[in-house]
Design a protein around this ligand. Structure first.
Ligand code: ZN
Length: 495
């Protein structure tokens, strides 16, 4: 076993180096690289992925993992979890016939530009044959990767959020359908107009300055990370000491860059606060997509849209935009950033209506993967369900079934994690308030106390435990409970 452990650690070091190279290339392509350099560089990225795949499936590496897996009782807790995950991943990779996998990778790379065209031209029929093949592969995947405990759609859900199955999600979304749909309909019946002041132009340079200020408020360690610009804001990183975020600035939308900055810095705080001992292992970074999103949304919505937060930082914003915000009171500003309205596009939805967009996709995916709903019937079904939940009907497929890119990538099972993140954020907020008055702590001018609590109860574990396990540890033994989330939303939007 000693020899196997040595070999595993030696290979892991090389794999991480390749992951790092891939991360830097990816970052560069999305931030600095010129348009035509991107095409040239993507080949290097593809070669690196291939090398990583070969290393993971190499018989010698596989043997070392198998031996360590058999002797896992002797390993420390962190390495044991890592080996169990690696063992499962290798086994799953081998269950997918290689010809099918190769054909599928090609299909997905061809499907993406077709999807973009179909969306731009409002032409679902153009994308339909590709999506049918993608769905076909995903359905087959649920057969190849089925286990005693996981069947059907559960197989796909588990890939994105381990241990969160349809039984759990059904309970969550049924609660949203019963309690939130009627509440949202009532709250959004009369559309609220965008106030005149918000339609002004806001200088991008000043927005940048304010977002830099926000990074300090959130105690982002600038010696271990940077912020740049990209078309869509994102966070990426490698270990705790190289965490990078991006933002995007629009002259006609002040709120956009502010909340992107808070959201991405939330992701970054999670990465920066993992235990340093996890650097150089596969157990660093966030525990899952849902857990990561719970952190970004906690900072963005629970903290970043609260009056307590803006009571401290609004004067700074007002000083920067002296002319534009001269006659806008704190209450008016807070009301503006918490408006709720019926809208077609998920990524532009407000905090209240957002989870209903995710619920719609969950219900559709469930039916598609089980074979109850066919791809050709998707646009009509989408519009029917959308009307039922929101009381408005998408005028085009561009604003309906074609709006998100995930299905073009074959990412069935991904969407539910977006709503799960918000729900976990509320549950953590509830628990945190039992330890200290969270909103009152904001009077100190930064999120230091909040960061410390999250580090101790969530961040330090990195991905060395499953997300449901971390949630139980953080809440003193509680399982996922979506009631906190619905209570939080109804309470907030009833005011
Ligand atoms: Zn996010």
């Amino acid at each position: 076993m000693k020899r196997e452990l040595e070999y595993y650690l030696q290979q892991r070091r090389k794999m991480l180096a390749m992951q790092y190279a891939d991360f830097v290339i990816g970052w560069d392509m999305q931030t600095d690289a010129a348009e035509n350099s991107i095409i040239a560089n993507s080949e290097q990225s593809a070669a690196l992925s291939e090398m990583q795949y070969n290393m993971t499936t190499d018989p010698k590496f596989e043997k070392s993992v198998a031996v360590l897996y058999e002797n896992r009782a002797k390993l420390d807790e962190v390495l044991r979890h890592e080996i169990e995950e690696m063992y499962k991943n290798i086994a799953n990779t081998k269950k997918i016939p290689i010809e099918e996998y190769t054909a599928y990778s090609e299909l997905v790379s061809k499907a993406y530009p077709i999807y973009v065209r179909a969306k731009n031209e409002n032409n679902f029929e153009l994308f339909r044959p590709y999506l049918e093949k993608i769905v076909d592969f995903c359905r087959k995947q649920t057969v190849w990767l089925a286990t005693d405990g996981l069947k059907g759609y559960d197989v796909l859900l588990d890939m994105y959020e381990p241990h969160y199955t349809q039984a759990k999600y059904d309970e969550f979304f049924n609660l949203l359908r019963d309690r939130l749909v009627p509440f949202v309909k009532q709250k959004t019946q009369v559309p609220t107009a965008v106030p005149q002041w918000a339609k002004q132009k806001f200088d991008k340079e000043k927005q940048r300055e304010f977002c830099e200020y926000l990074r300090d408020v959130m105690c982002f360690d600038k010696t271990r990370g940077i912020m740049k610009e990209s078309e869509h804001p994102f966070t990426s990183g490698f270990g705790t000491d190289d965490v990078r975020i991006t933002n995007h600035y629009y002259e006609d939308s002040l709120a956009s860059s502010i909340f992107s900055a808070i959201h991405e810095t939330g992701h970054a705080t999670y990465e920066q606060q993992c235990d340093k001992s996890l650097n150089g292992t596969f157990s660093g970074g966030g525990a899952s997509l849902g857990m990561h999103e719970s952190q970004s949304r906690f900072y963005e919505n629970v903290i970043g849209r609260s009056k307590a937060f803006w009571a401290v930082h609004y004067p700074k914003l007002q000083k920067l935009f002296r002319k534009e915000l001269k006659d806008v009171s704190l209450d008016e500003f807070v009301a503006y950033i918490n408006r709720a309205e019926r809208s077609f596009v998920r990524t532009e939805a407000d905090e209240l209506t957002y989870p209903l967009h995710v619920m719609l996709r969950y219900e559709i995916e469930k039916k598609v993967i089980s074979g109850e709903l066919e791809v050709k019937d998707l646009p009509a079904y989408w519009n029917e369900k959308f009307t039922e939940y929101f009381g408005i009907t998408p005028p085009t497929d561009t604003l309906g079934v074609l709006q998100d890119v995930h299905w073009a990538y074959g990412n069935f099972g991904y969407f539910p994690t977006y709503a799960l993140g918000s729900a976990i954020a509320s549950q953590l907020f509830h628990r945190m308030n039992e330890d200290f008055d969270v909103e009152a702590s904001l009077a100190e001018g930064n999120t230091k106390r909040i960061n410390e609590w999250l580090k101790e109860h969530v961040h330090k574990y990195g991905s060395s435990k499953y997300p449901d396990e971390i949630l139980r540890l953080a809440t003193g033994g509680e399982d996922f409970n979506p009631n906190y989330y619905v209570d939080y939303l109804i309470n907030k939007y009833s005011k």
